[in-house]
Design a binder for this molecule. Sequence first.
Ligand code: MTE
Ligand code: HPA
Ligand code: MOS
Length: 778
Amino acid sequence: MNIDVPNLETKSVQRSIVGRGIAHDSAARHVAGEALYIDDMPELPGTLHAAFVLSPVAHGRLRGIDAGAALALPGVVGVWSAGDVPGANDVGPVIPGEPLFAEDLVDHEGRVIAVVAAEDFETAYRAARLVKPDIEELPPVLDVEEAHARKSYVLPSQTVSEGDAAGAIAGARHVFSGKLRMGGQDHFYLETHIAYAVPGEGGDMLVHSSTQHPTEVQHHVAHLLGLHANAVECQVRRMGGGFGGKESQATIIAGAAALVAARTGRPCKLRLKRRDDMAGTGKRHDYVAMWKAGTDEQGRILGLEVEYLARAGNLPDLTGAVITRTLTHTDNSYFIPNARFVGHACKTNTVSNTAFRGFGGPQGILTIEAIVDTIARKLGRDPNEVRRINYYGDETGDVTPYGQKVEDNRLVEVTDAVLASAFWQERRREIDEYNARSPVIRRGLAMMPVKFGISFNLTSLNQAGALVHVYLDGSIFLNHGGTEMGQGLFVKVAQVVAEVFQVDLEMVKISSTATGKVPNTSATAASTGSDLNGMAAFKAASAIKARMARVAAEHFDVEEEVIVFREGRVHAGNESISFGELAKMAWEKRVQLSEAAHYATPKIHWDGRTMKGRPFFYFTYGAAVAEVAVDTLTGETRCLRADILQDVGSPLNPAIDLGQIEGAFVQGMGWLTCEELWWDGKGRLRTVGPSTYKIPGSRDVPPQFNIRILDNQPNREETIFRSKAIGEPPLMLGVSVWLAIRDAIASIAGEGVAPELDAPATPENVLRTISGLESARP
Ligand code: MTE
Ligand code: HPA
Ligand code: MOS
């Protein structure tokens, strides 16, 4: 059944559940330790535990595997590798040809070579260390610039181009150029990758996987085992964080667990220790950006060329789409009439990088913000003014370099509001005065806007399904294709269903995502979870409600329009029955109380060949002001205060959204300040745990942290209750912290100098930038 989505504002019932700041459905269970993660599930008798054998070297020919010592260890059940896969040894999420187990080549340190299973986890882990792969070492390529020089890419390069960038730069009053290196980022979810595979009869396989993409796990497990998709079910109740890290690469873990289960006929659990998770699975892509801009006297950008070298690692994975998002976010909030943005997917002997919150957007936005900041400083102008004259708008233009019109521009509104609420002018003056009398500790202040496109930039992924049942007691069962990773998707979609039926939220049972209930879903990613699944659930619930309303109209002998669902009851004038009574009545009349619905995002299209189209259903807007202190002797930095204003349309759940904004900002700040991935000269990742890889802690959260949601601004587009996506966009507001560090360093140099700061702004990089200032003085 296909139900048209009614105009949401004119619904006759008042909203009571959607829009309320309701706690995460598992909040109490999370803090009490009662929320069940896969590792907490009661184990079935005969369960095996598995561990990976990972390559100790970055590059080499795999001549053989000596598993003798491992197999001799008591408790070890078996060792399996590429040759043991009954189907296809391939987990390529976009492009086939990405082996789960290394075949004749190992192409990064941490490459999965084999899986070992034993009666208990410690034995499996110990045995995995006893497996000796025979590898003839080859010289690795570790540097993206080296890969670029050799034209060694995992995919063809991509270009977004509009106008004549080279011509505009050549004719410009001022020309600036630079090179920016930005680091990657580990997801550092609290729950590392895990899967629990349970064999069924006739070769069937049930896989509990910590994945953002159950359908992909289902399909890849089927391919690996040589089964049809209908023989495999994937279930996910929740993840202990995903952040993009479980969008594609959960298939590696689920696939290996399923292989062991299939080969032994016993349930198998594979969970990665933190060090194996960090060495063996991908991260945010680190980039080098080389740019050249031509501007007028005021700093208006007339032409811009940017060339990106993205570290894909050994395989494509999602790198193509990540680069597309970088190229479609290099404009951020700025109209660039002549643009040429090129992205190369550099092949290196490091782990295949993958989705990470923002999905290439952060790299594009950091780059353009560095460019605008550089232009302003070199011209001796106020960075905020240079930003503003370049904003999309009537005076500049409103078409992005990739051809999408900016139709819902809220840039000036969010900027003005955040500058005012942060007391920009007063604090700017105060900080300048402070710096004038403080030689060692310098403070910095910066504002930046974010415009982020919502939709998967691959049009076909923008669809979702939901399944809703109403039982005879009036309780409701909800299932949809979205997964819960802590972001609050489940409570939001439950709110939507409770809103439709006008029943208490407690009446809606949230259930595990399962490929057997809602099929052929997309990853929960691109911040689209609530837009897509919320709308599918709305359609399913609305269809059942319409049928129930007909039953009620018959019962009360009134027109259907008179029937009102309110506060758990169904009313016709002064008469009413409970929702449960109506459900029972509908059943007696043999009316269907279950519905599966599907939603596909309208209005979007994308031509991957010309890199033009309308890839995003809409944009979200936000702005942040950050203040930092920099110790110019040690290079240490601290964010003292952050003020954020974020557009979320009409929020489904502002409490959840506030949490998302807080978390995303701090995660973005971490990317740009303390989180540093470090490989040694042989390509071995040496930051594989919390002792060497520093994620922000509670004391890194700005002590003054003022977050506001833009009031009363429903989405122009018909999204679910006119809400907007929230999961990723505020991560990029963390760029304000990096800009504030630049501002603090610039106060040492004085007018006309733009500090050349790489990201992350670790103490080492800050000191390097400060010591480089002397040579930069004009
Ligand atoms: N929030 C929490 N707590 N944990 C996570 O793993 N992932 C982020 C974001 N917020 C994440 C999170 C990422 S990368 C995305 S794409 C979105 O949530 C996905 O969920 P949504 O589409 O429902 O917003
Ligand atoms: N975000 C996350 N995952 C994706 C996207 C995206 O924009 N496009 C394709 N996969
Ligand atoms: Mo989020 S990077 O799109 O999973």
